[in-house]
Ligand binder design. Structure first.
Ligand code: UDP
Ligand code: BGC
Ligand code: MN
Length: 347
């Protein structure tokens, strides 16, 4: 009888152990990497509007096939900063409105920019976005929701006020909340709403340089440029009104959406590329020290903190129809708002 006996030498044992450790290490590493590029409720899409949209009887619907196959439209290469600064947008109606004259895009969109004291960024984004949205044959109006000087910045409340003002002004189909310091670089990233709230930004070389290989700081971050249909936005009660200072309003929105089981679509990173301005921290916008408490109460608080409770917490100081945008100047009572937030902040 053939007797095969395998003698396991100590060296062989050691090698086996090392091999097992390496394999399991690699398995954990791949799992963690997968985890960090995924977030609950977010899925990637490739926006691709082809053919026709909502044909009306007398005007031809816009044809988007040339845009959806278009080449990369990279601002940093094609349009240096002084070109954008000198460029004068054309065909814009007072208040920052535009619609193509030769076709009907179907959807009407409101761009809402929360703002204070970033004059250069505002100048650049207005010049740039008008150009970008006109290439995309969009029907749009740009609203800048500006906080009065000398108070603490409240980005989320500005976005709520921007939404209510835009809705009252034009009952738009789609509302896009947009930071003043982000420029989309690819025309194929069509500014439109989807069946779910749509996160338009998914990649910036700035984040790669800062050590995030995916080009995006963390998977569930939905800040910067987010598109909602009115019913999406209303169904989560809009943004919180109670987030003063920097950070957390976008994470709070993520929990508002996911706690209701809503999905979020994100533009694929090949198309969702943005140029991100590097800037210093603003005065009047200190880091929000309540972020942890705020994010621990997002789901519950969203029922009472938002569009439903905003009416007595702000005032519109002025609305101006300017050449390139509609300016909404907003004041709000931090005291009154924090009064309502107290149980959630200290609770
Ligand atoms: N913002 C502003 N003025 C301020 C603070 C913020 O206009 O004093 C607006 C602006 O639209 C900006 C956005 O709020 O892009 C987000 O703030 P910030 O740029 O500081 O946040 P980041 O995304 O760079 O961390
Ligand atoms: C903040 C977010 C911010 C993100 C990226 C997070 O820590 O909570 O509000 O958008 O960092 O800067
Ligand atoms: Mn910024």
């Amino acid at each position: 009888m053939l007797n095969i006996s395998l003698r396991v030498t100590p060296t062989f044992k050691k090698c086996g152990l090392v091999l097992i450790l390496i394999i399991s290490g690699l398995w954990w590493f791949s799992l963690l990497r997968r985890r960090s590029s995924e977030a609950r409720g977010i899925f990637l899409i490739r926006p691709n509007i082809t053919g026709t949209v909502n044909r009306k009887s007398n005007v031809t619907s816009c044809d988007y096939s040339d845009i959806s196959t278009g080449a990369l439209f990279d601002v940093s290469k094609r349009f240096p900063k002084d070109f954008i600064l000198r460029h004068r947008p054309r065909d814009v109606l007072p208040g920052g409105m535009y619609a193509p004259s030769d076709c009907d895009p179907g959807e009407r969109i409101a761009i809402i920019i929360p703002y204070r004291d970033r004059e250069l960024h505002l100048k650049v984004i207005l010049n740039y976005l008008h150009m970008f949205l006109q290439i995309q044959k969009r029907n749009y109006r740009i609203f800048v929701s500006e906080m009065v000087p000398g108070t603490k910045f409240n980005k989320a409340l500005l976005m709520n006020v921007g939404f209510l003002t835009a809705e009252a002004a034009g009952n738009y189909d789609c509302y896009i909340f947009h930071d003043v310091d982000l420029l989309p670089v690819d025309v194929r990233n069509i500014y439109t709403c989807g069946d779910h709230p749509r996160h338009l930004i998914s990649f910036s070389t700035k984040y790669v340089e800062e050590g995030h290989p995916t080009g995006w700081p963390y998977a569930w971050l939905i800040g910067g440029a987010l598109a909602f249909r009115a019913e999406h936005f209303r169904s989560v009660n809009g943004y919180s009104n109670g987030i003063f200072g920097w950070g957390g309003e976008d994470d709070d929105m993520y929990y508002r959406l996911t706690s209701r089981g809503m999905l979020i679509e994100r533009v694929h990173p090949t198309i969702g590329q943005y140029y991100v301005f590097v800037h210093k921290h603003d005065r009047g916008n200190p880091k929000n020290k309540f972020k942890k408490r705020i994010l621990a109460t997002s789901a519950e608080r969203s029922k009472v903190d938002g569009l439903s409770s905003i009416a007595d917490k702000y005032s519109i100081v002025a609305i101006e129809t300017l050449t390139l945008y509609t300016r909404i100047l907003v004041n709000c009572s931090e005291e009154r708002i924090l009064e309502q937030m107290r149980p959630y902040l200290y609770g």
